[in-house]
Design a protein around this ligand. Structure first.
Ligand code: HSE
Length: 332
């Protein structure tokens, strides 16, 4: 299987490292960052490209762009991991639509296009008979999409509740455990590199709302958008509120919830008993899926990070390889 990788940030580099280290039989025929690209139909050297990026800041030829890769490279799967834009979804949206239009599969961690143009992307993929997979958009390493689509196939999903933003969870954990102020905890979270480029997306609840939209569109019949989500962030939470919670053997977590039958699509700080399964610490994410047959299932894991996100992307890639092998037995 041949892949082209767009985006050489921590996720893109993690994916390349894992493809190399794990010897998965995947050939990387193109890479691009925001200012350069490299295309070789016979396969590029991952070590060389990572070294070039580390030394010069460029992964390849400055006269080539990400769109050149999408249009001209020889690949079966486009891995779209460029920085996300929650407002327009661009330029990732154009990369994804163009690859699908050309009949290529797509794997992405990019929340912007998947939350904004889910129906359009899915319809185009279906029309071209290819896969678009986006496990890495929600919950980092947690295989929640696979669980919803495959593990719980045949179940009716009644509700999904979750801690979907590691930055907010880290801030709440640090405020409660160490008595840090909101500003001090936010500064620490930013230093760890988990926060979005603009951390107001995290603390105002927009990032978890975007993830909730992606989850809801995956399991609900009725398509939803970010505008349908009622959002309250944690930016106005005080240490007093956390102290009061503690006096009741509780704590506060930013919970995203989708309950289709009750028309609920909401992100808001919630008071939870300390023993509640969604009370996870630090940057962890946690997701509870409530179903008719399986009852409640809670998944807990790392919601971000280079290798953790690569785990979700590689899972999607290998899923496609099986799918692709069935349809095109000679190519794999
Ligand atoms: N800023 C996000 C978070 C990164 O803190 O969860 C992962 O999507």
């Amino acid at each position: 299987m041949r892949v082209a990788v767009l985006g050489m940030g921590s996720v893109g580099r993690g994916v390349l490292q894992m493809i190399e280290e794990k010897d998965l039989g995947i050939s990387v025929t193109a890479v691009a960052d925001s200012r350069s690209a490299l295309i070789d139909k016979d396969g590029i050297s991952i070590d060389e490209v990572l070294e070039a990026k580390a030394k010069s800041g460029f992964c390849g030829d400055r006269s080539l762009t990400a769109m050149d890769v999408v249009k001209k490279a020889a690949y079966d799967v486009l891995i779209e991991v460029t920085p996300t834009n929650a407002d327009t979804g661009e330029p990732a949206l154009t990369h994804i639509l163009t690859a699908l239009e050309k009949g290529r599969h797509v794997v992405t961690s990019n929340k912007g296009p998947i939350s904004r143009e889910f129906s359009r992307i899915r319809s185009l993929a279906a029309a071209r008979g290819v896969q678009v997979r986006y496990e890495a958009t929600v919950g980092g390493a947690i295989p929640v999409m696979h669980m919803l689509e495959h593990g719980l196939a045949g179940n009716r999903v009644l509700a999904v509740f979750g801690v979907l933003n590691g930055t907010c969870n880290f801030i709440l954990t640090r405020m409660a455990a160490e008595g840090l102020t909101y500003e001090q905890a936010l500064l620490e979270a930013r230093e760890m590199g988990y926060a979005e480029a603009d951390p107001t997306y995290d603390v105002k609840g927009i990032d978890p709302a975007v993830k909730l939209v992606i989850l809801a569109n995956t399991f609900c019949r009725k398509p939803v958008t970010l505008e349908d989500v009622e959002i309250t962030g944690i930016d106005l939470l005080t240490n007093d509120a956390l102290r009061l919670a503690e006096e009741q053997h509780c704590t506060i977590r930013l919970i995203a919830e989708a309950i289709p039958d009750r028309g609920i699509l909401r992100v808001a700080p919630r008071l939870l008993p300390l023993s509640h399964p969604l009370v996870v610490e630090g940057t962890l994410n946690a997701i509870t899926i409530e179903t008719d047959m399986a009852g409640e299932i809670t998944l807990i894991g790392k919601g971000a990070g280079s290798v953790e996100t690569a785990s979700a992307i590689i899972g999607d890639l290998l899923y496609i390889r099986n799918f692709h092998a069935e349809r095109h037995p000679k190519k794999t």
